[in-house]
Structures are given as structure tokens and as C-alpha cells.
Design a protein around this ligand. Structure first.
Ligand SMILES: [Zn+2]
Length: 245
């Protein structure tokens, strides 16, 4: 898109937006892993862009060289990788300074935002009328709110729990994320294990024990009861399965 910037010489767009103040909103969609948040994020992006609006997609923790928001149903779109040090106000203003419109933001992995970054999103909504759609995990593997999630729950205009599509192995709705280290459920450790945030399935074939220096880490969604009990299910195929009671 190469729409001419309305006011290339000043702080772009904000002035014009104030003249015609369409109310913007900070909306937060949250749930456990595999509940379809990224799919919803891409759907919202698609719907917005079809209305002729320009958006910016942000994500965190994407290990690839070409960051993207990807969903388990096969959709993916490029995205801007941000980290805890990214000033989101500056990021959007730099796009405006280049004459690029930013009418809305799609923020995936929003649980990783710092509280200050969430406040920056709120400022973009209130001062510049940018619509923000944030998508993130509710709780970490210890069943505690992520800091970014907590702040979003505190300040968002609208909060929706994403319809749970993922079930625990027992058939009940999966609500909580378990961190599985070498086949056993972990209850201690850093909130975020970098490079292991993707909910990859356990490796199916490990063959003879070739355990490298790094433990195998993955995440599994459980119902509350089985999270409390630490039971990963009778069919878990990961290493260490035989050690489970
Ligand atoms: Zn269960």
C-alpha cells in the first residue's frame, strides 16, 4: 500500500484523527495454548484490511529470521518482531513518519509484553485512535498470570476468553498450560523458556537414549484437575513416560 501520508511534515495522522475522533479500543483475547488465538488474530487482521484499513502485526519470541504470526490451521503472515525493550509508541510513530498508515495493531504473544508496553498500547488507543487487538496466553505453566496478560486484563476496554477448542487428554476443556521437561511436569523455573514457547508435540520417536545436554521441553494443555495432579495422560509418548506413576 502506498497511500500518501496526510501530513508528512508533522506528526502524522494524529492531528487528523483527533479532528474526526472515531473511538478506538484496546481489545484483549486470551486463552490457553492451542485455543486458536493466532488463527483469530489473522482473521481479525483479514477483516480489518478488507475494510481498507492498514495494520501492523507484532509478535514476540519468533525464532525464525522472518518473523510471522502463524496458526495451526496453516495460515501465516509476516510480522514485526518486538522484545521487552521495544517502545511501541516509537515503533508506530516511525511508521507514520515514513508516510505509512497504521490504523490498527495486531499483537500476538501479548503475554510477553511488559506492563509498560501495555500502557503504551493504551496510549496509542486514547491519544491516536489506533485500534489494538492483543492475543495472548492467560497463565504460565505455574498457573499464574503473565505480567503482560495481567496488565491487559487491568486496562483493556474489552476482554474475551477465547472459546476453548483444546481438550485435556481426559476430554474436559483444557484451561492450563503444563511445561513438560524430559517427560515430567515441571512446576518450578523461569516464566519463559526462550525458544521453547511453541507448543510442539512431544517427539514421537527417540530411539535409544540420545539425550543431549539440553532437556527436551514442550507444553501440554491440561484441565485444572490434571494440572493439579500433574498427570500428563496414559498415552503421553514422550521420554520419561515409564517413570510416571
Ligand atoms: Zn484432564
Amino acid at each position: 500500500m502506498s497511500d500518501p501520508a496526510p501530513e508528512p511534515t508533522s506528526v502524522p495522522a494524529a492531528g487528523g484523527r483527533r479532528a474526526a475522533p472515531a473511538p478506538a479500543h484496546l481489545r484483549f483475547f486470551h486463552g490457553p495454548m492451542d485455543c486458536g488465538k493466532s488463527t483469530l488474530a489473522l482473521q481479525v487482521d483479514h477483516n480489518q484490511s478488507r475494510q481498507g484499513r492498514s495494520g501492523l502485526r507484532l509478535t514476540q519470541g519468533d525464532r525464525s529470521t522472518a518473523p510471522q504470526i502463524s496458526s495451526r490451521v496453516g495460515l501465516s503472515r509476516t510480522a514485526v518482531e518486538v522484545d521487552a525493550g521495544t517502545d511501541l509508541l516509537l515503533l508506530v510513530r516511525s511508521h507514520w513518519a515514513e508516510g505509512r498508515r497504521v490504523d490498527y495493531l495486531i499483537v500476538d504473544e501479548a503475554q510477553f509484553l511488559t506492563p509498560a508496553q501495555v500502557d503504551q498500547l493504551a496510549e496509542l488507543v486514547d491519544a491516536s485512535h489506533v485500534d489494538v487487538y492483543a492475543f495472548g496466553l492467560t497463565t504460565d505453566f505455574r498457573t499464574r498470570l503473565f505480567p503482560g496478560t495481567q496488565r491487559l486484563l487491568e486496562v483493556a476496554d474489552d476482554v474475551q476468553r477465547v472459546q476453548v477448542e483444546v481438550l485435556c487428554w481426559c476430554g474436559l476443556p483444557g484451561l492450563l498450560n503444563a511445561r513438560v521437561v524430559d517427560g515430567a511436569m515441571a512446576r518450578e523455573g523461569a516464566t519463559v523458556v526462550v525458544a521453547d514457547t511453541a507448543p510442539t508435540p512431544a517427539p514421537q520417536e527417540t530411539g535409544p537414549d540420545e539425550t543431549g545436554p539440553r532437556p527436551e521441553v514442550h507444553y501440554q494443555v491440561l484441565c485444572r484437575r490434571h494440572h493439579v495432579l500433574g498427570q500428563l495422560g496414559p498415552t503421553a509418548a514422550g521420554p520419561g513416560q515409564l517413570a510416571l506413576p
